[in-house]
Design a binder for this molecule. Structure first.
Ligand SMILES: [Zn+2]
Length: 460
């Protein structure tokens, strides 16, 4: 099956052709671990997880790496503010990141390299760049010399002269050119540092991704992903380092994919607006699966407007899908033989068109609600589960989904106890009491339904 994707490097939608179909390689820039991630950071994690699931379904092998930036001035500041060691901050938020990822139902990358564990590789890459005339040392710093690369700006589609004109920052006197960027900088005053040929210091941000990609995935990778806010300067600089540190004629990354940003209630997320919502805060109110659905409700390249309404729609849709699956609780699903034949797979293979994939799930549910045919039910259930797996949805027991509540809601135990009381009341022919319990549950947001198998309940 052909997968097409929009390649930022060419600005066009292209057919994805891996260098080696037996080992597809993909890298996504991960978090800088100094705080809890906000919903905007969660979007690339979810959209690229869906892409990873598609690649795994289509190709025999994928090696997917996502890094952890655990050396950064923001981490240094957070540690100084709290009066703790830098590693305390980095470890705490790396752990929190893993928890958020799991709650959003993301699969784990094959490799999660940490920057601090790859300092020798970064020093090597910097040395190579100096030897090849693309970088220079100055006052304990090492800088990449931007004019040394003829097609610098190709990824972000910018011209060097325009960039210089746009650079309003005061140029440090150790730089030869205003656009030259830091590969290494000296550390003092208890900041984290490592010995190097140039100074006791620490790496710049961009070099870590290049060094870790080269180590874990090779000189040329198939796909590099990240948020569109990373195209410039981070990815432009990564590409410059990668292309200039080797003889290979090939591209550093052959396909670049960038997800769009998130607005909150129609407004850009920003510190000044104070509308950063963390994933942890949202998880207190909503199941991770609902957040995941909301994050994939728009095509990944477009801006996603994150609102209460969007979350409500996600709940309604998931309720519908789980209702369909619950109807088929006693049906043994027929396994899907060829996943590429499914509409959901085809929608994802078309530059990851998740809205079309979701529409196909709705169609499947409609068919489930309509059919009386047992064989068709078994086939449809198999398809629904396979599509769900591809999207990272619908993998829990429908009963679990309907019973999951929030911290401020009536507990499942309390609900079960009331249902038992109601059963006793009915047996004793105390129908007024039975009705009162039904109402009490309804007031607490719980709907009950008497079936042949007993009383079923769900939160509404
Ligand atoms: Zn990166």
């Amino acid at each position: 099956m052909n997968i097409t994707l929009h390649n930022t490097l060419s600005g066009k939608k292209e057919i994805f052709t891996p260098a080696d179909p037996n080992n597809v390689t993909m890298y996504v820039c991960g978090p800088t671990v100094y705080n809890r991630i906000h919903i905007g950071n969660a979007r690339p994690a979810v959209v690229f997880d869906v892409f990873v699931r598609l690649l795994r379904a289509v190709y025999p092998k994928l090696t997917y790496a996502r890094n952890i930036t655990d050396v950064d001035d923001k981490i240094n500041k957070a540690a100084a503010d709290e009066g703790v060691e830098i590693s305390v901050i980095a470890n705490k938020f790396a752990q929190a990141y893993q928890e958020d990822m799991a709650a959003l139902l993301n699969t784990e990358p094959d490799v999660q390299p940490k920057a601090t564990e790859h300092i020798p590789e970064m020093v090597d890459t910097i040395n190579t760049l100096i030897q090849r005339g693309h970088a220079y040392e100055s006052e304990g710093h090492v800088l990449f010399h931007v004019p040394s690369m003829s097609d610098y700006g190709k990824l972000s589609n910018r011209k060097l002269d325009d960039m210089i004109a746009g650079a309003r920052v005061e140029v440090a006197d150790y730089k030869k050119h205003p656009m030259d960027f830091v590969l290494w900088k000296p550390s003092e005053d208890g900041l984290p540092g490592w010995e190097s040929p140039w100074s006791y210091g620490r790496p710049g941000w961009h070099i870590e991704c290049t060094a870790m990609i080269n180590k874990h995935l090779g000189k040329t990778i198939d796909i590099h992903g990240g948020g569109s806010d990373l195209v410039f300067p981070h990815h432009e600089n990564e590409r410059a380092q990668g292309m200039c540190s080797c003889d290979d004629e090939g591209e550093y990354a052959r396909y670049w994919m960038h997800n769009g940003m998130i607005n909150i209630n129609g407004e850009k997320m920003s510190k000044s607006l104070g509308n950063f919502i963390t994933v942890a805060e949202l998880l207190e109110q909503y199941p991770g699966e609902q957040l995941r659905y909301a994050l994939m409700s728009a095509q990944y390249r477009s801006t996603l407007n994150f609102t209460d309404d969007l979350l409500k729609q996600a709940k309604v849709a998931l309720d519908r899908f789980y209702t369909a699956l619950r109807e088929l609780a006693d049906v043994t699903p027929v396994a899907v033989e060829d996943i590429t034949s499914l509409e959901v797979t085809q929608a994802l293979a078309d530059d990851m068109n998740t809205p079309v994939a979701i529409a196909a799930l709705h169609e499947l549910s409609s068919k489930i609600f309509k059919t009386e045919d047992q064989n068709e039910k078994a086939v449809l259930k198999g398809q629904m589960l396979a599509c769900g797996e591809l999207l990272g949805l619908l993998q829990q027991d429908p009963e679990q989904w309907f019973k999951a509540g929030n911290a401020d809601e009536i507990t499942a135990e309390a609900i079960e106890a009331l249902i038992e009381d109601r059963k006793t009341a009915k047996k004793d022919k105390d129908f007024a009491r039975a009705d009162a319990i039904r109402q009490e549950l309804l007031d607490a947001g719980v709907e009950i339904q008497d079936t042949r198998e007993g009383t079923r309940w769900q939160r509404v």
